[in-house]
Design a protein around this ligand. Structure first.
Ligand SMILES: [Zn+2]
Length: 221
C-alpha cells in the first residue's frame, strides 16, 4: 500500500490517498473542499497516481464526517467511472439529506453525490491486505468516524483529534463536549504510531499523550 497526502490549505481538510496499484484500487479519506478553491490538488495527485488510466481503477471515498471542508471536493473525481462514497450511518444521513449539519447551506456550495455505502461501528473496511476498522467517534459531529489500521498502527482521525493536543470543536450542530470527552478516552486506548488528522500535520510519536492532553483540555474547557 502507498499513502499520498494532500495537505489542506486554509479551511480545506487534508486528503489521504491509499493506493494499491496491483489491485487497481484507491481509497481516499476525505476529499476536502471544492477543487477550484484548492487548485485541484487532489485531482492532479489522483491523475498521477493512476497514470491517467482512470477507467482501470475503482475508487472508494470514505468521509470521516459530513462537514463541508471534508466532503465538497467531488469535482476532483469526475475522471473516474467506478466511485463509491462511504461514511458512517449518521454522516450518510446528513450528506444524503443535505441538512444543516454539513454547513453547506451556511457557507455555500453544492453536494453532487450521495453516500452509497454505510459502515456500522466496528465494521471493517477492507483495502487490499489492510483491514481498517471503522470506529464511531461522535463529539465533533454525531456521525464522526475514524479508520483504524490495527496492524500498521495507523489512525485516520478526521476532526476528532489533531497534533498539538487539540480536538475538533464541539460548538457546531450535533457537537457535544461530554460525548467528545468520552470519545477521546476511547481513542486514547488504541495503539497508534501514526496519526493522520483532518487538518494540520501528522504525528509519529507521543500520540497517546497528545490525545489525553486534548481530552484534558476539553474537560477543563
Ligand atoms: Zn469538521
Amino acid at each position: 500500500m502507498k499513502l499520498d497526502i494532500i495537505r489542506g490549505s486554509g479551511l480545506c481538510s487534508n486528503c489521504f490517498i491509499l493506493s494499491e496499484e496491483n489491485l487497481k484500487q484507491l481509497l481516499v479519506v476525505d476529499i476536502g473542499i471544492g477543487g477550484k478553491l484548492t487548485r485541484f490538488a487532489l485531482k492532479k495527485s489522483l491523475a498521477s497516481i493512476v497514470n491517467k488510466k482512470f477507467s482501470d481503477y475503482s475508487i472508494e471515498i470514505f468521509l470521516t464526517h459530513c462537514h463541508i471542508d471534508h466532503i465538497l471536493g467531488e469535482n476532483n473525481l469526475r475522471d473516474f467511472e467506478k466511485v463509491t462514497f462511504s461514511a458512517s450511518e449518521k454522516a450518510a444521513k446528513h450528506i444524503n439529506s443535505r441538512d444543516d449539519v454539513t454547513l453547506v447551506s451556511k457557507y455555500g456550495g453544492k453536494i453532487n453525490y450521495s453516500i452509497d455505502k454505510i459502515y456500522l461501528d466496528g465494521e471493517i473496511l477492507k483495502f487490499g491486505d489492510i483491514e481498517l476498522e471503522v470506529i464511531y467517534t461522535p463529539g465533533h459531529t454525531d456521525g464522526s468516524a475514524i479508520l483504524y489500521d490495527k496492524e500498521g498502527k495507523n489512525l485516520f482521525a478526521g476532526d476528532v483529534v489533531f497534533a498539538g493536543r487539540a480536538c475538533g470543536r464541539v460548538d457546531l450542530p450535533t457537537g457535544n463536549r461530554q460525548v467528545m470527552i468520552s470519545t477521546l478516552g476511547k481513542v486514547a486506548k488504541l495503539d497508534i504510531e501514526h496519526l493522520y488528522s483532518g487538518h494540520g500535520p501528522d504525528m509519529h510519536k507521543n500520540i497517546k499523550a497528545n490525545i489525553l492532553s486534548a481530552k484534558q483540555m476539553m474537560e477543563y474547557w
